[in-house]
Design a protein around this ligand. Structure first.
Ligand code: ADP
Ligand code: MG
Length: 720
């Protein structure tokens, strides 16, 4: 009798155990039982040979069409050549050893599993030196365990050279008969509630399914294990965050926030109001808030953040706002000051009595100004400090930091959040509000940001102009590209402005792109446009390698309308707010990701004129790249888009490159299809961890977490 953690060798012998460990890293009973079949072959249903790829190591279920043994001309000995079929197409297999014996077994009409590497020889698919396992009783020799293939559903394992699927199958069989898996780690309560089969049954049935329904039940149960393991990790994280002390910031009647609300030039949307309430309640408690706010581009996140910051200031604390770049930080400081008016001018003439001060701290400030800014942060004179992430990393000191707002940053990972937590004395942490306009599907949020409370702002303020998006296939329809430039000229003629976004700066020779033309570059395109398509227009350029003051200068000129066209890299991706910019043309749009394109186009349509986004590409119709662009053009609903994106991508990209090379981990759970399981597992995890934070009463679950998530894996998830 053995458990999941036991070594395999005593059970299956060193001869079988060694290749498993060597090729697949499988060492314990658990490793082997969680090495699930990649797919299942059904008796009588031959594998589709057309779908095989050259170079792949495959296992196919096929029938022998004919077999010929003949003398070889070039060297001594015989060759046995067989052709196997899936009913439509054929594969040839050649054998050079023991051909006389093999010929007695590999006879026409016999079916079996054949495993080997797919190669092409004279335009025909071949399996070189295949290994095989035949189904026919009378073809079997004494050493072959024929009864293993009486099953209707035949597991096909991710195999390795020299370790064919059926060898793995045999080891699994031995272990399944000998193993005692002990108590089921999933509490009976959860199993009963969700109709989950026991672990032993699930592990048996996923390897040797008696029928397809049993297989479904097995997979469902094992997905639960994975979902729960991940959610337990996050529940533990949330619990330890909540256990810290936070700076309590109760709302103050008649304070700065109230004055600000009184003079807001617009009414808050329903979403802004209810979210504001939830945040206000969080800030008032003694525990740090950890909230992720997802809001469509233009949904008005800044006001929500500012209102939270004012509540902190009312409570005598400071608030910090972090942006991903210095340009954005500067712009935030400007727009916060603008929104606050005389409520943000403390120390200046004409400031309101209640006023606070908004201070910008960035690395590129002149030394004297920077020193002054640092002083304001440290003394508490600045109620609101705006900067980049360096604010946290460089240990800028604050008099009393109550709230940190992180804007437009979906990669503000656990590391940064930890840095934040740890900078405060002992166990106190400031409240944290992370805001992003890059919507991610709910399941991804629950899995990747599992330790944050996620809220959504999905309604745009009234009167917002729609954005229409069109794909411009430059190679297939050059006339459309001409028309695109014409549209840019028309917008400018109508008094509006345009962004043109390129994937490359062009300040250095493009890296070798394998004979293909290098991506379109800002500097080159700007020059070309000035001389040709957009001659006569006032064109500026903006990219990340410009000195900060140049960037700022260009941005100001564009915002003031002294430039008609801004040719830029993705530095304009987030936060930039120029209402009279109405058209954006993205060159080589296929070079950008779906969410990036969505972000980018959010820069237009911010005023009263409808926005237009043109995705110029040479990607050919029907390719993945083109499908992604079509998806972006098909909807402006960021959440729908993020789902489309997830469908187009291999999910593995999200849950982990690490997954493939990792023998344990999440194998069955799909972020796309298993939303319900993930959501339910999250609730259970919360309840379990609340009652038993260390999982001391749930040793089986603790073990599940280590087996399926593992310490390094838990970190990986968080860092994505
Ligand atoms: P984002 O969520 O993309 O950061 P912003 O906060 O920059 O959006 O808001 C975009 C614009 O909408 C700003 O000019 C802001 O002042 C304005 N705005 C925000 N909330 C409202 C509202 N409730 N009604 C009208 N305009 C609003
Ligand atoms: Mg914003």
């Amino acid at each position: 009798m053995s458990g999941l953690g036991d070594e395999l060798t005593p059970l299956i012998g060193a001869k079988s155990a060694a290749p498993l460990a060597g090729s697949l890293g499988i060492e314990t009973v658990g490793d082997l039982l969680r090495h699930y079949p990649r797919r299942y072959a059904e008796r009588g249903q031959l594998t589709d040979i057309a779908g095989l790829e050259i170079g792949e190591h495959v296992t196919v279920l096929a029938r022998i069409v004919d077999a010929t043994r003949r003398q070889m001309r070039s060297r001594k000995g015989h060759i046995l050549e067989i052709r196997i079929t899936d009913g439509t197409r054929e594969l040839t297999c050649a054998f050079f050893n023991k051909t006389r014996y093999l010929a007695t077994r590999l006879r026409p009409g016999v079916s079996g599993l054949f495993a080997g590497k797919v190669t092409a020889y004279r335009n025909r698919l071949q399996l070189a030196h295949p290994e095989f396992e035949l189904f026919d009783n009378d073809a079997a020799d004494a050493g072959s365990a024929v009864d293993e293939f009486v099953a209707e559903i035949i597991p096909v394992y991710p195999a390795a050279e020299g370790l064919p699927s059926w060898t793995i199958d045999r080891c699994v069989q031995q272990v399944l008969t000998g193993a005692d898996l002990g108590e089921d780690p999933l509490p009976a309560r959860i199993r009963a509630r969700h109709g989950l089969v026991e672990l032993a049954t699930a592990l048996h049935d996923i390897h040797r399914p008696p029928d397809w329904e049993a297989l479904d039940r097995a997979r469902h149960r094992l997905k639960w294990d994975e979902a729960l393991a991940v959610q337990l990790v996050f529940a533990e994280r949330r619990a330890s965050a909540v256990a810290r002390t936070g700076p309590s910031c109760p709302p103050m009647a008649g304070g700065l926030l109230d004055s600000f609300d009184d003079r807001l030039p617009f009414t808050l949307t329903e979403g802004q109001r209810s979210l504001g309430k939830a945040i206000a309640a969080d800030l008032a408690t003694e525990h740090p808030m950890n909230r992720l706010l997802q809001g469509e581009v233009g949904s008005g996140k800044t006001v929500v953040a500012l209102r939270a910051m004012l509540q902190a200031v009312d409570a005598g604390k400071q608030a910090a706002m972090l942006a991903p770049t210095e340009v954005l930080a500067a712009q935030h400081a400007r727009s916060l000051r603008e929104l606050l008016g005389d409520l943000g001018n403390a120390g200046e003439l004409g400031a309101s009595e209640q006023a606070t001060k908004v201070t910008l701290v960035t690395g590129s400030l002149p030394a004297k100004q920077r020193k002054q800014a640092l002083l304001e942060a440290a003394s508490g004179e600045a109620g609101i400090v705006v900067g980049t992430h360096a604010l946290i990393q460089d240990h800028v000191s604050f008099a009393d930091l109550g709230l940190v707002v992180v804007d437009e940053q979906h990669r503000f990972g656990v590391e940064q959040r930890d840095a934040l937590r740890n900078r405060a004395a002992d166990l106190t942490s400031p409240h944290v509000l992370v805001m992003t306009a890059t919507p991610i599907p709910r399941t991804v949020a629950m899995t990747v940001y599992g330790d944050l409370e996620v809220s959504v702002l999905d309604e745009l303020p009234a009167g917002r102009s729609p954005i229409s998006t069109a794909v411009v296939p430059a190679a297939e329809k050059p006339a459309w590209l001409e028309r695109a430039w014409q549209r840019v000229r028309e917008e400018v003629a109508a008094g509006n402005q345009a962004y043109i976004v390129c994937p490359r700066i062009g300040d250095e020779p493009a890296a070798d792109s394998g004979g293909k033309r290098p991506p379109i570059a800002v500097l080159e395109l700007a020059e070309q446009l000035a001389a040709d398509q957009l001659a006569g227009l006032r064109i500026g350029t903006l990219h990340g390698k410009m000195p900060p003051e140049d960037k700022d200068h260009t941005m100001r000129r564009f915002a003031a309308g002294s430039l008609d066209v801004l040719v830029a890299t993705t530095v304009v991706e987030v936060g930039v707010d120029v209402p009279s910019a109405t058209v954006m043309l993205i060159a080589d749009a296929d070079r950008f990701g779906v969410s990036q394109l969505h972000q980018l186009r959010g820069r237009v349509g911010r005023g009263s004129v409808p926005g237009l986004c043109l995705l110029v590409t040479e990607a050919v119709e029907g390719t993945k790249a083109r499908q992604r662009l079509d998806a972006v053009a098909s909807t402006t609903d960021g959440f729908r888009l993020s789902r489309l994106d997830l469908e187009l991508r291999k999910e593995g990209d999200i849950l982990g490159a690490a997954q493939s090379g990792n023998r344990s981990g999440l194998k069955l759970l799909s972020l796309l299809r298993d939303e319900e399981i993930i959501a339910e597992a999250r609730e259970h995890a919360q309840v379990i961890v609340e009652a038993d934070p260390s999982l001391g009463e749930h040793l089986g679950l603790a073990r599940l977490v280590t087996d399926l998530v593992g310490p390094e894996r838990a970190e990986f998830l968080e860092k994505t």
